[in-house]
Design a protein around this ligand. Structure first.
Ligand code: TMP
Length: 240
């Protein structure tokens, strides 16, 4: 495999073409952003940590039958993935009220939700990723009704698997954001990453935050929290 030109540089990852037209290379950088890029930071080894966490999780998801872009780890910060066209949606699942959901509905953070709540946001930086419902998604040609059903089912299945994984690692999965893409053959697969950047993870016994909220809310200890998540997952699911 040969790494070719940079295709796209996102807030924390870069995507490169490879000499295989069906495969991309993702590079995890040390950058850390919040508030749609308004707040910027970084810490050493973040790229390595998130690449490891995400690969370990994607492997478990594949093992449980969730179709993902994961092919193989290439280096500490790089992973080879299946090429897919991003579907412009941020798919959020919430098990416990927190963040924008708690604020929107005037709930106390930490209120248990009686069922997992799936929300769609239109992935558009210029518009600050607004909330969107199924009709809006179909009307704006972001995805078809059939594709939305596939995404919904895959997202809920991902939630069930992640909840169990994190539980074994002593962490409560409060909520998370995932993204999907479409391959040239029309298959919908899970893409992007799953890491403390895009999950809320609370320590089971203490409710201590072990995710990007430490950065968003200036709580300190960001790197230590990310490393602890990796160590705990690795202890349960083996070194990726
Ligand atoms: P929210 O409560 O701010 O809507 O976030 C819900 C979950 O989605 C939380 O785990 C953080 C994650 N998320 C992202 O990964 N990227 C984003 O741009 C947003 C808004 C949330």
């Amino acid at each position: 495999m040969k790494k070719l030109e940079l295709l796209y540089s996102g807030k924390a990852k870069s995507v490169y073409k490879t000499d295989n037209i069906d495969q991309y290379l993702l590079e995890f950088r040390d950058d850390l952003t919040a508030g749609n890029g308004a707040k910027k930071g970084s810490f050493q080894q973040k790229g390595v940590i998130n690449n490891k966490i995400s690969n370990l999780i994607f492997k478990e998801l594949e093992r449980s039958g969730v179709k993902t872009h994961f092919i193989q780890k290439i280096s500490d910060t790089e992973v080879l993935v299946r090429k897919a066209k991003l579907i412009d949606l941020e798919v959020v699942i919430r098990n416990v009220a927190a963040g924008s959901f708690a604020k929107r509905y005037g709930l106390e953070e930490g209120s248990i939700l009686p069922l997992p709540i799936l929300e769609f946001f239109y992935k558009n930086d210029n518009l600050d990723d607004p909330f969107i419902n199924d009709d809006g998604i179909i009307a704006l040609n972001i995805a078809t009704k059939e594709e939305l059903e596939i995404i919904r089912t895959a997202a809920h299945k991902t939630n069930e698997i992640l909840k169990k994984m994190f539980d074994l690692a002593g962490l409560n999965l409060i909520d998370f954001k995932i993204e999907f893409g479409k391959t040239d053959s029309g298959e919908i697969i899970l893409i992007d990453e799953i890491s403390p950047d895009c999950c809320r993870l609370w320590e089971k016994d203490t409710n201590e935050k072990m995710d990007k909220d430490r950065f968003r809310r200036d709580l300190g200890g960001v790197a230590l929290a990310y490393l602890a998540v990796l160590d705990r997952l690795s202890a349960q699911f083996g070194k990726e």
